[in-house]
Design a protein around this ligand. Structure first.
Ligand code: MG
Ligand code: MG
Length: 274
């Protein structure tokens, strides 16, 4: 991972454009994720949509990853590879997507329900997403990385969930993974100080059971050690005037799914022009 690169307001606006291409891609996928659909079909939809936006898929070829999307159903945590197996009613599917435009990356993720899911799984999704906003709220000048990690960890562990240790969020910019590392756990008042111009991909990866993980022989797919489900939500966030500013949005997903939410309001300095 390269060092920390602070961004100007102009650069942050370019990064917003890249982030929103990913947001729109996830919105498109929200309408397509149903029982019977394959993750390979979703991958093709995403590839074509990103190209239509004049952007490049951010993950395709990165560290030799073979596809546009990372798709991680059920007990898979992250980095799953699209395949021809149909999704089933009751599955959950974490979709992580990257886009590169104007030399800047967007990188964000959402865990979708496939049809009706069990109430305990729904709770895992809601708690994980809420923890993302707890982390974002802690991304403020005068705070440190440990405050952000603590906010996520505390919110999830009080529900008895496992916070993955080996995989972390990251700085984002002209490279997909820059400094600083953004752990989803930490101690208050510890770690790097936040500075205006930082852009972070904040991404809790939260397991219903143990925090421990293992990797498949494909060299990519990470899954929970106990086989219980895992959720992953990610936003791209810039620090401007001391406060977190969301560059990505889940609103395209919510439009598609008929969900109304005010969760992003505290983190926008301007209304979203959908
Ligand atoms: Mg991601
Ligand atoms: Mg990321």
């Amino acid at each position: 991972m390269s060092g920390i690169v602070l961004k100007s307001i102009e650069e942050i606006e370019l990064m917003r454009e890249s982030a929103l291409i990913v947001s729109k891609t996830l919105g498109l996928l929200a309408g397509a994720i149903k029982p019977g659909v394959t993750t390979l079909e979703l991958d093709k939809l995403a590839y074509e949509f990103i190209k239509d936006q004049g952007a490049e898929p951010g993950f395709l070829g990165l560290y030799d990853f073979p596809n546009t999307l990372c798709v991680s159903p059920n007990s898979q945590v992250v980095h799953g590879i699209p395949n021809p197996e149909p999704l089933k009613e009751g599955d959950i599917l974490s979709v992580d997507c990257g886009a590169l435009k104007n030399d800047y990356y967007g990188d964000h993720a959402y865990t979708f329900a496939v049809g009706e899911i069990a109430p305990e799984t729904e709770k895992l999704l809601q708690v994980t997403k809420a923890s993302l906003y707890k982390g974002i709220a802690a991304f403020q000048v005068n705070n440190r990385m440990g405050d952000l990690g603590y906010a996520i960890q505390n919110h999830c562990e009080k529900e008895g969930y496992g916070v993955v240790r080996e995989l972390v969020g990251h700085g984002l910019g002209k490279t997909m993974h820059e400094g600083p590392e953004v752990p989803n756990y930490g101690k208050r008042g510890r770690g790097k100080k936040f500075l205006n111009g930082m852009v972070l991909a904040i991404e809790p990866m939260i397991n219903m059971g143990t925090h421990r993980i293992k990797q498949l022989k494909d060299g990519w797919t990470i899954l929970t050690a106990d086989g219980k489900p895992s959720a992953h939500f990610e936003h791209d966030v810039a620090l401007i005037n001391g406060r977190p500013e969301l560059l990505s949005t889940f609103e395209y997903i919510y439009q598609e799914l008929g969900i109304s939410s005010e969760e992003e309001f505290p983190f926008r300095s301007q209304p979203l022009d959908l």
